[in-house]
Design a binder for this molecule. Structure first.
Ligand code: SF4
Length: 223
């Protein structure tokens, strides 16, 4: 599929290193409420929510975890029921078989290697079954220890539209963003782009006329 950017004539803007600061600042004003949309009260609930959020919406995950977290409070609880029961309890998040297997594997490792606690170190999070880089990034960032930049579909699309990256692969996009975005903004940068994508820079119909970046900072602006 042709990208949105390739369909438009690019507008001349300053180099990305000069634009990144004002872009973050303007998005921070526009989306002052940008934050993770998952509901959780402790590191274990955060980890489970992020694992369940693959291939579904945060709203859907919150709906499921509202009752799930009343029943499953500790890692042991996920292992104390038959796998079919856990699958039923998370069914509405989709891919419930893989997710149940990942959750049980993760809980077993938490108990075995980490005293039942969610580890702080990014490398340790990555060891957990079913926890890929994106999940580990989200969990680390929410715990105030961002070691990378979360790249989801909104972050990818808007980073490309803003010409912050030419890459398609999320790992390479993250590498470009890590070089560009100041470290103190690594945690909130994805939230700003995610909310900008949801509210203004839609995949099919970006509302450039409402966008605070359109006039001078976005080479893909239609106005
Ligand atoms: S001007 Fe704004 S809405 Fe339009 S493509 Fe650029 S970032 Fe997206």
């Amino acid at each position: 599929m042709r990208s949105y950017v390739s369909e438009t004539r690019r507008k001349k803007v300053a180099p990305k290193k000069q634009r990144i600061r004002p872009v973050i600042d303007r998005l921070a004003v526009e989306h002052a409420d940008a934050a993770i949309a998952l509901t959780f009260e402790n590191p274990l609930e955060l980890l489970v929510s992020v694992m369940l959020s693959a291939q579904t919406t945060d709203v859907n995950v919150n709906r499921v975890t509202k009752t799930l977290f009343q029943k499953y409070r500790k890692p042991e609880d996920y292992l104390a029921v038959p796998v079919e029961e856990l699958e039923r309890d998370i069914y509405a998040t989709g891919f419930y078989r893989q997710k149940a297997k990942a959750l049980r594997g993760t809980m077993a490792m938490l108990l075995e290697d980490y005293d039942g606690q969610v580890p702080d170190r990014f490398e340790d999070l990555l060891r957990l079954p079913g926890v890929a880089r994106k999940t580990a990034n989200v969990v680390s960032a929410e715990r105030g220890n961002a070691v990378g930049i979360v790249v989801d579909t909104h972050v990818r699309r808007i980073s490309q539209r803003l010409a912050f990256t030419r890459q398609e692969d999320p790992v390479k996009i993250e590498r470009d963003l890590i070089r560009l975005v100041p470290r103190e903004d690594w945690a909130r940068f994805p939230h700003l782009l995610i909310w900008h994508g949801r509210r203004i820079c839609d995949a099919r119909r970006p509302k450039c006329e409402e966008c605070p970046l359109a006039a001078d900072f976005c080479p893909s602006s239609r106005i």
